[in-house]
Design a protein around this ligand. Structure first.
Ligand code: EPS
Length: 390
């Protein structure tokens, strides 16, 4: 069973990720993991922290001679900023006078709910863990999941479909999204250069006014065979698992599979994807003329591209803060501000790719099993042959 956890605080010494259940014999390419981490750090509208960090994955266990060995993989990501925080956030008792309080909770952030829950007098420890910095650890193990999926012919990428009031229409093709992945400079990760400029204008607008902006990313999984996930039990439905995985990312407030939102207002005839059948030599396939279902019907992948969108609220740390209350005096004050990003939509898309890759890997391992890659791929090919002779 594929399981993964993360640990680490935003300004602690390091982030740690742990993944167990990957088959032995999976090739691990360190430069690929680091490129994924680099992608998560990019995008127009990032704050000062990304100038400090150079995220790289330091693999501690589970990989020898460039291959997984079937034992749990643990990965450490150094927080370069730790050197500026070790006295404020020591593991030992330290000097309480050096503690950096977060005196007033930010509306929209975990600050208030977290302080109430854990009975903290202020929000420092809350934001340390609630911060989206944690998503870097997910991207590290997500890169391993992507490497695993690639052995089954499945690729997972993302692109940005909305920033503030600007959105991309019509749908981006897989080829366009693949081309984005090759870019050495990531602005807003939009396939349409003109729309991307308008998105940049949206970010510039909030930069000027001390505000922040949200948006929408889309993750696309290409090459997914029919049959991942099942309607047999509520928590095994693929769409339910993906929705939970995406919703678990910081700042995501809604998730959409395929054209789910528009579908709620359209008649059935305009929504459901009609079915055809094609024969090309020995190769036969069920076909669709469109993919409003986002590649999932009845909680099961149907062989089309999986398309899932995450809707991000604007970052809750504002340079021109909203009204809040002082934790100690309970008097009205402005919400706390240290520094922040103003737009993180492309970065959230990369973190969401990791979550989709981890979810699909878990479903694929449930279906195909295998303790070594040879065994998993053999089982997968057997299933492929079964589909061909269906
Ligand atoms: C982040 C690092 C954080 C934040 C951001 C995500 O760094 P710092 O708090 O030191 O500036 O920039 O976190 C948030 C947006 C948030 O609301 O907590 C990162 O690595 O992505």
């Amino acid at each position: 069973m594929l399981r993964y956890f993360t640990a680490g605080e935003s300004h602690g010494e390091a982030l740690v990720a742990f993944i167990s259940g990957l088959p032995a014999g999976l090739k691990v390419d360190q430069s690929f993991i680091d490129r994924e981490l680099w992608r998560r750090q990019q995008g127009y509208g990032r704050g000062g922290r990304m100038k400090i960090e150079r995220d790289t994955a330091h693999i501690l266990s589970g990989v020898r001679h460039g291959m997984t060995i079937g034992s749990p993989v643990s990965v450490q990501l150094e927080n370069r900023d730790w050197k500026n925080w070790q006295e404020a956030l020591p593991v030992g008792e330290g000097d309480p006078a050096r503690h950096k309080r977060v005196a007033s909770p930010r509306p929209g952030h975990a600050d208030l709910a977290g302080a109430l829950k854990y009975n903290f007098p202020e929000a420092r420890y809350v934001l340390e863990r609630a911060s989206a910095r944690e998503s870097a650890a997910r991207v590290a193990v997500g890169a391993l999941a992507k490497s695993f999926l690639r052995e089954l012919g499945i690729e997972v990428l993302s692109h940005v479909v909305g920033v503030g009031a600007v959105s991309l229409n019509p749908q981006a093709s897989w080829e366009q999204i693949q081309n984005l992945f090759k870019r050495e400079e990531i602005l807003l990760n939009c396939v349409d250069a003109e729309i991307e400029q308008l998105m940049k204008d949206e970010v510039d607008k909030v930069l000027k006014t001390g505000d922040s902006v949200g948006g929408v990313f889309e993750v696309v999984a290409h090459g997914v065979p029919p049959g991942l996930g099942t309607y047999a039990q509520w928590d095994e439905r693929l769409d339910a698992q993906l929705a939970s995985a995406i919703m678990s990312l910081q700042a995501v407030k809604a998730v959409e599979i395929g054209s789910g939102i528009a579908a709620a207002a359209a008649p059935g005839s305009a929504v459901h994807d009609e079915i055809g059948y094609s024969v090309d030599g020995n190769f036969t396939d069920f076909t669709r003329t469109r993919n409003n279902a986002g590649g999932i019907e009845g909680g099961v992948s149907n062989g089309e591209e999986i398309r899932v969108r995450g809707y991000l609220k604007p970052i809750s740390t504002l340079r021109r803060p909203l009204q809040s209350v002082d934790f100690e005096t309970r008097q009205p004050v402005s919400a706390a501000y240290e520094r922040s990003d103003v737009c993180v939509v492309p970065a959230a898309g990369v973190a969401a790719e990791a979550m989709v890759a981890l979810t699909l890997s878990r479903c694929a391992l449930e279906k195909f099993g295998g303790d070594s890659m040879g065994e998993t791929v053999r089982n997968f090919q057997g299933y492929r042959a079964q589909l061909q002779s269906y």
